[in-house]
Design a protein around this ligand. Structure first.
Ligand code: GLN
Length: 486
């Protein structure tokens, strides 16, 4: 049932918030032992919140838009009084004294926190295998990864453990796991959603967005979390449109561009390619004109990102020194050794690798050759996009070059892991909104995702096309059996 239908049933009194919460809690206790999507399930709080909503309804109070909807939150978003670990030993016992803006807005809209979800440590990874608290499994096939870094959120939605979830996306961490788990994942325009209370990874790229099972539900969540925030100076001071108003507007006259360079890339799985190209045909039958466009620098996104993101991460993660909060190593002789040991023991190998790459790229002798060069390529990538958006309204690519890979298959080769972000990273570098939605299944019965990218702040058009594609394709109606898919 969609969020809108649930709201209606709740208003009619056919279902209670308590029932919704209990249904999700029992689903979690049934399947999460195998999936490990959750780091913490907030049972008491969820029941107490649900009780308050049921009492308000009984008293005849109007219900807020997300009343009683059980949501899961990626564990790099600060939740006051609820441990926020970033899946790192460094923050294993960190209980934030404040609430992030996005989660604050969700609770004010009546949503219920059901738990905090697993991620790659500090959101660095594409498989949720770098979590210090154990990997998450893909609910379609637990021998495979759910994608990452927001793999816990994607898996929780796919496995029916919550209605929707939040993730963060720095280079694809919402869209790639959405694609691997067969759900909808949206990365809004950079600055559309406040990041206050999101543990920073790479500040010029990070953005928060929803996971859900439909575009309509994505709209419900985005409507609540979007908007400027005085506590995040990068949040855009522009009004938030009514995203549901244009969802059903006619598609005729719209132009969608297939990015040539993506489809030519040798690493693209032929089954993924075929599925996305037949989705383009379906779009055409809905009245959209599909054309080919070129973004010559698109495939340079990976190299650019893996200089810029680690550089920013090395600066952002300098704050974990064992002094004010986070892990502190015992028995150090002096301040310097305390900091060194705390960081050595608190961070896992992937986080250390990023800090080392970033520190190197920013160091005096190399900053021109690496960091500044990467910034120049970033500008070229942005320019490619703006040229493309002179010709088309949206861009279409696969979300990921492959479907969900086997757990462990990329763990010993970081570069092969990084390549799974090939198609998602450019939208982050250019700050563009992009969505992943299911478009088919491969011969192993694993979901394939397509990505639509829009120009800055053009979420209305992105969601309109995504919604109508979803309705027409009805991909999940004929889904193969997935082991933990309801
Ligand atoms: N997989 C990419 C990385 O490892 C993106 C992660 C993200 O978007 N948080 O950096």
């Amino acid at each position: 049932m969609s969020i809108a239908e649930l709201r209606h049933q709740l208003e009619l009194g056919n279902v209670s918030a308590r029932e919704l919460v209990d249904e999700k809690l029992s689903r979690i206790s049934k399947v999460d032992g195998k999936i490990n999507a959750f780091l913490e399930v907030t049972i008491d709080r969820a029941r107490a919140d649900a009780k308050r909503i049921d009492e308000a309804r009984a008293a005849g109070d109007p219900l807020p838009p997300l009343a009683g909807i059980p949501l899961a939150i990626k564990d790099n978003l600060c939740t006051k009084g609820v441990t926020t670990t970033c899946s790192s030993r460094m923050l294993e016992h960190f209980v934030p004294p404040y609430e992030s803006t996005v989660t604050e807005r969700l609770w004010q809209s009546g949503a219920v926190l059901i738990g905090k979800t697993n991620l790659d440590e500090f959101a660095m990874g594409s498989s949720t295998e770098t979590s210090a608290f154990g990997a998450t499994s893909n609910p379609w096939d637990p021998s495979r990864v759910p994608g990452g870094s927001s793999g816990g959120s994607a898996a929780a939605v796919a496995a029916g453990e919550c209605i929707a979830a939040l993730g963060s996306d720095t280079g694809g961490s919402i869209r790639q796991p959405a694609s691997f788990c067969g759900v909808v994942g949206l990365k809004p325009t950079y600055g559309r959603v406040s990041r206050w209370g999101l543990v920073a990874f790479a500040s010029s790229l990070d953005q928060i967005g929803p996971f859900s099972t439909s575009v309509a539900d994505t709209v419900e969540i985005l409507q609540v979390i979007a908007g400027s925030d005085p506590r995040d100076s990068t949040s855009l001071k522009v009004p938030v449109p009514n995203y549901s108003a244009s969802l059903s507007d006619s598609l005729s006259g719209l132009r969608v561009g297939l990015i040539k360079e993506c489809f030519e890339h040798g690493g693209l799985d032929p089954q993924v390619k075929e599925s996305v190209l037949s989705s383009a045909d379906l779009l055409q039958s809905l009245g959209v004109e599909v054309v080919e466009v070129s973004c010559p620098r698109f495939n340079d996104g990976i190299a650019t990102y893996y200089v810029i993101a680690p550089s920013e991460a090395s600066a952002n993660l300098a704050r974990y020194d064992g002094v004010k909060y986070g892990y502190r190593s015992e028995d150090s002789e002096n301040l310097a050794s305390m900091t060194t040991r705390s960081r050595t023991e608190g961070f896992g190998p992937e986080v250390k690798r990023r800090i080392l790459i970033g520190t190197y790229a920013l160091s005096a002798g190399y900053v021109d050759a690496y960091y500044k060069k990467a910034q120049k390529v970033r500008t070229l990538i942005r320019r490619d996009f703006s040229n493309a958006f002179n010709k088309v309204d949206l861009l279409l690519t696969p979300t990921s070059p492959t479907t969900a890979f086997l757990a462990g298959s990329h763990s010993s080769d970081p570069v092969s892991m990084y390549l799974s972000d090939l198609l998602t990273i450019p939208a982050n570098l250019a700050g563009l909104p992009a969505i992943s939605l299911p478009c088919g299944f491969d011969e192993d019965g694993l979901p394939i995702g397509l990505q639509l990218i829009a120009n800055v702040l053009d979420e209305p058009r992105l969601l309109q096309v995504a919604h109508q594609f979803e309705q027409a394709a009805d991909v999940l109606a004929n889904k193969p059996a997935g082991q933990f898919i309801p």
